[in-house]
Design a binder for this molecule. Sequence first.
Ligand code: SAM
Length: 223
Amino acid sequence: MKTLEEPEILREAREKMVHSQIELRGIQNAAVLAAMRAVPRHVFVPSELVEEAYDDCPLPIGEGQTISQPYIVGLMTTLLRPRAGQRILEVGTGSGYQAAVLAQMVGDVYTLERIGSLAARAAQLFERLELGNVHVQQGDGCLGWPEAAPFDGIILTAGAPQIPQPLFDQLAEGGRLVGPVGSRFHQMLQVWVKEGGRLEGEDTIAVAFVPLRGQFGWGAEEW
Ligand code: SAM
């Protein structure tokens, strides 16, 4: 990733965010901490929110969507257990921040976003940061990215009624899938592992995400 010039105050805010919001809350994975120290979160938020980029909360990114709270990004990345050389699929590019964090740790990140303007903006940012290992496409992430499958890990960053079957199908043997499942009022962050062709899932913590839309997502009248 290209290192951008940035005001010292933002670099310090990022350091502080990683220490107080991520490390002190129990995330010890050195690669996750290093990736979150490296990626300039402030370029992924709308320009009028740059001063809030390192705050302990999600932020609006337009089109009614959000960039997730830094802690949730750190937690989901840790639960995914990304390793060098892996191929990861993200459903819900949003701002592109989560994909950029993962791109520091793995071989390739494939990320799908339903809303064209968000996909285009993220693509520009990946280019500006010279993140050549992130591949972004506009489309319904419920269907996965069959041409690039199988994936060693899949991260779903919108709340689903249940995990879309194509994502399970595109998960490699030994792969992990992390994502929120549940309604507008109650979602659990789930972790799934595929072993011996069998899938095993478990709930972790309660979370609040925007809805997954598309073929296996929530309909407009349901959420
Ligand atoms: N990972 C993002 C980031 O780092 O900024 C945050 C994602 S935001 C919480 C959820 C995103 O999922 C939104 O941008 C939304 O448009 C997208 N989304 C919802 N349903 C989708 C679908 N079926 N396929 C692809 N993207 C979808």
